[in-house]
Design a protein around this ligand. Sequence first.
Ligand code: ADP
Length: 575
Amino acid sequence: MTNKRSIIIFWALFLVPTLIIAGIAVKLLSHEQDRVNQSAIHALSERAKTISETIHLTVEAVQENLTQSLLEIDPKNLQKILAAWEKTNPLVRNVFIYRKGRDLEYPVRGMESTLEERRFIVRYDSLFTGRMKFDFNADSSKNEAKIKTAKESSSGSGRYDSAPQKQTKSSRQKLVALSRVVQKAPASDQQAFFSDETKYQLTKKAGWIPWFNENRLSILGWVQKHENGPVYGIELELMTLLSRLVVDFPGISEKGAALVMLDGNGDFMHQSGRWVADPKEKPIEVVLISNLLPHWQIAVFIKDKGFGSNRGFLMISILLLGIFITAIISGGILLTRLTLQNMKDARQKTSFVSSVSHELKTPLTSIRMYAELLFSKRIKDSAKIQTYLSVIVNESERLTRLINNVLDFGKLEQGKKAYRLTTFEMDQLLDQIIQAHSLRIESQGIEIITQVDKGDYHIKTDRDAMEQVILNLLDNALKYAGKGKFIKFILEKEEAFIFLKICDDGPGIPKAQRQAVFEKFYRVDNSLTSQQPGSGLGLSIARQILTDLEGDLIFDPMPGNGSCFTIRIKQHESH
Ligand code: ADP
């Protein structure tokens, strides 16, 4: 009882802190995982912001350059140059020239315009009919500030970009360069252009109008150089702008995360990342790209909370924690098992001592009793004398076997038992044993049945050890067969093995204990066993001896009732 309580206390002291530590560790780890994830999400949204800023700057530069280029157009060739832009510059979707109070000058309303032009006119109808002013959204000071003088801009290299040209340009630079349209006007025209400027009062109004039509964004850029001059400009080709902008969209290495560019309707226009985001999912973070592209956004999508390679961190940590706890608990289980085993051994040894003493006492008492009777010479009947003497012999033999078992047990435990191998015939040994013990067996009213298959039973093994094994099994059959009627010895050969079966028709061994009976000190807990002397060593010694001699001892229930113990031993090569 106290032992049980000590084990419970041991486990409580052992498990409670382990589990508390494990719980805290898992909590800390998942906190850490959350923190790592949060910072990964933060990094992604920072990246989205950087991308937005880059896009904003690019679009701004494109618009500035286009404004500048528009302002630089020679008024005399205005329509020609604009029409040429529309044809050649992929950034320009449509061009227009509008004069206040005089409707559109270009494209011309009516039959001669193309379908695209007609759609364009309809799209911006309120502007081209004068219902809305071009500068309705203008922050004039800002626009003015952005307009450089024609001279300033023409002082550039004359190429697309005033900055020193690099051999390789990023697509962003290429896009900006594309917006810097060079005017290929003849020198005389240039002259006229500058003189033209002096004739009128320069106002240089300009602006960009993000325009929503049927929920689609389009962008119109316009300039008006003089108070009474025409308003002219271009509509940006957003597809070109977009296709060039997304080239520089950075790839992201995090697994299960994506950066997606969305238009005003929330439609995916571009996405980067190895994982493909689902448009139906909600983004974890949204960044507006720029007021130049109203409602366009960059959204951060993640597959789940523990996205990316960081998930491995938690997995490995939990795995290590698992291994650690398993190791601790396994150690605990091992210790408990050892303790229980030691306790069992101690109990068994105590009961072994008492059962051996009891077993020694029984034959000794009969030997002494019969010897005293004979010694007193009171018994005259020679038959009786003969019986008493045979009892003395049998009991002393039993005593010898018991002592041999106990002695052998010690040696076998330490692996010190020495075997003396000799060659002999197994059938002869069996015959000899049966003859020597037939009186003892038959006196209990038990019939001996022998069934020896024809053949050669020549073996090389330790004869005394083999005899000890057979006698242990025979003793058991006599002790535990209860009201059994026979003991059967079956000797047979199969391939290179000799099998000796010793069977009885007693109550047999319950299924659950059929393996346990081979353990040292083990005795079946039933009334039959408790009535018989025994130490629980016979079968374990028999099996150990046979294993040492490269054989085995197997239990099989007898069909119906009873037990059958089979000795299996390797046959010696025939001479
Ligand atoms: P012991 O005979 O000294 O108790 P053994 O190791 O020889 O120890 O046997 C272990 C137990 O196996 C016995 O206590 C008995 O309960 C059971 N047993 C062995 N042989 C038989 C048998 N022939 N029939 C029924 N039970 C048996």
